[in-house]
Design a protein around this ligand. Structure first.
Ligand SMILES: [Ca+2]
Length: 513
């Protein structure tokens, strides 16, 4: 009897795990082909939450050089480029990529709009003048804006250029070679996920402009390009030449314009002597393999593999004191690379193989706290709405079962199994008491019947006695079995159920867009 019950539970446990495993795989496929509308319907309840979010177009709380929310739905202060890209093929050279002002496709905040790059495989260029030029003096520079790769990103950029105050700046003629002071923002091609910080530094000797690239970010950037959420990009440049870049207000890279850019701002003090020449018959080898070397009988592994070349001779005119390096004639030292060319416009000059890149809430200021406040009034609400829309594991399970009612069997098994085991092993052993009563009461009730029973099943009492003895040890064994089963159950939930539903959700949300 006991053996049968154990087997029954073992079979139940194994089969439910097996079914659940199969289901997990099955559901991944199902999630892939599930209907968009079904998922949206399931989310309608949660969407009620954000209809209650009150959005007000943010207003900068301090002095700014530029602030743009796009919430009025127009490109009023923006100028589309009417020119062509310098080195592009004629058929695609024109900056004819479309821009629009519209809401986010997903996780809309009522009343909030942004700038959207609309065309695939076209050059886009748009720019706007600042309220006043930014001059690099004693105040930091803080640039911040939002990007959402609403359709993901195959190959394309979402960086901005701060256009130098050159006097001849004409936004209608904005193109790839329009002088800029700083280029900042995300860019991706293939599996290379970049966050650019490039500045143009003027060589004080020859007045040439040279691009300096900040070192790569310290964190893996992939998720910011693929999760279809709105991310906040911030650059802080300080008058002491330090810089720091943030994504979603977390630091991803910091450094110093003097030490952490390539090529370095300041050239090396000394360079290889360009006039240092070698004789034509110069042998690069300082040592050669010993031509007479043979492995002797008593081979010494510690002996040098190479010896001085006995035929090596110093070429004629060799100067032992001749310096290998000379002073770099192009040397200069600029200890304030922060003092860059002033800029007076913000431009986006982009090519993308994926459309619907969303931009919003550009701000340029000298005060980080102004940018932070601006973010909490704008990006903060977007983030709130997006996280409210992300269903929890329970909601995901319910939504999945709405579409596939047979999943309820799995849920009941998954939840019911440990409950059943708990009841089985932990419930007071009522049967043992009945046993005692039976053994005591039955002879008083009907001796004849008892005799008959004893005749018919002479071995039954013995068996019952043994069973009663066995059940005394059952609670301890029961708890042990129960605790291992619960362990397996927790393991199953953590390893299969939770990741699966996160995966299923991400598949569904990818498909929705
Ligand atoms: Ca906006």
């Amino acid at each position: 009897m006991k053996l049968d019950r154990g087997w029954l539970w073992c079979v139940l446990l194994l089969s439910s795990l097996a079914v659940a495993l199969v289901t997990a795989e099955d559901k991944e496929l199902d999630a892939d082909v599930s209907d968009d509308e079904e998922m949206e319907k399931g989310m309608s309840e949660i969407l009620k939450f954000y209809s209650q979010v009150t959005y007000k177009t943010p207003v900068p709380t301090g002095d700014v050089y530029f602030a743009e929310t796009f919430d009025d739905g127009t490109l009023g202060r923006w100028q589309l480029s009417k020119t062509v890209k310098g080195d592009a093929d004629d058929d695609i050279a024109k900056y004819d990529g479309k821009w629009a002002v519209e809401q986010l496709k997903e996780n809309k905040v009522p009343g909030d709009k942004g700038l959207v790059l609309k065309s695939r495989a076209k050059h886009h260029a748009i720019a706007a003048m600042l309220n006043k030029p930014f001059v690099f003096q004693d105040e930091p520079l803080v640039i911040q804006y939002e990007v959402n790769f609403q359709d993901g990103i195959d190959c394309g950029g979402a960086y901005i250029k701060l256009l130098s105050d050159t006097g001849s700046l004409n936004l209608e003629q904005f193109h790839d070679r329009t002088p800029y002071t700083i280029m900042f923002g995300p860019d991706k091609c293939g599996e290379d996920y970049k966050l650019h910080l490039i500045f143009r530094h003027q060589n004080p000797l020859n007045k040439d402009m040279e691009e300096k690239h900040a070192k790569r970010a310290d964190v893996d950037l992939k998720k910011f390009y693929t999760d279809k959420k709105t991310h906040l990009y911030t650059l802080v440049l300080n008058p002491d030449n330090t810089y720091e870049m943030f994504i979603d207000q977390s630091s991803v890279s910091r450094g110093n314009l003097l030490h952490d850019v390539v090529p370095p701002v300041n050239p090396p003090k000394e360079i290889d002597d360009p006039h240092d020449s070698k004789p034509e018959d110069w042998d690069e080898r300082a040592k050669i393999p010993d031509p007479e070397a043979v492995k002797p009988d008593a081979w010494d592994e510690d002996a040098p593999a190479k010896i001085e070349d006995p035929d090596a001779m110093k070429p004629e005119g060799w100067l032992d004191d001749e310096p290998e390096f000379i002073d770099n004639p192009e040397y200069f030292e600029d200890l304030q690379p922060f003092r860059m060319t002033p800029f007076k416009a913000l431009g986006l000059e982009l090519w993308s193989m994926t459309s619907d890149i969303y931009f919003d809430n550009f701000i340029i200021t000298s005060h980080k706290e102004v940018a932070d406040r601006w973010a909490s009034d704008s990006w903060g609400l977007k983030k709130l709405v997006a996280s409210a829309n992300e269903p929890g594991i329970f909601a995901q399970l319910m939504m999945a079962a709405e579409e596939r009612p047979w999943l309820w069997v799995i849920y009941i098994l998954t939840v019911g199994l440990p409950l059943g085991l708990a009841v089985l092993f932990c419930w007071p052993k009522k049967s043992e008491n009945d046993y005692v009563h039976k053994k005591v009461d039955v002879p008083q009730a009907n001796e004849e019947e008892d005799e008959e029973e004893e005749e018919e099943e002479p071995a039954a009492a013995d068996e019952e006695d043994k069973a009663a003895e066995a059940t005394e040890g059952a609670p301890v064994a029961g708890y042990t079995v129960l605790s291992s089963v619960l362990n397996y159950y927790c393991y199953f939930v953590v390893v299969f159920l939770i990741p699966h539903h996160r995966y299923a959700y991400s598949l569904n949300s990818n498909r929705r867009s």
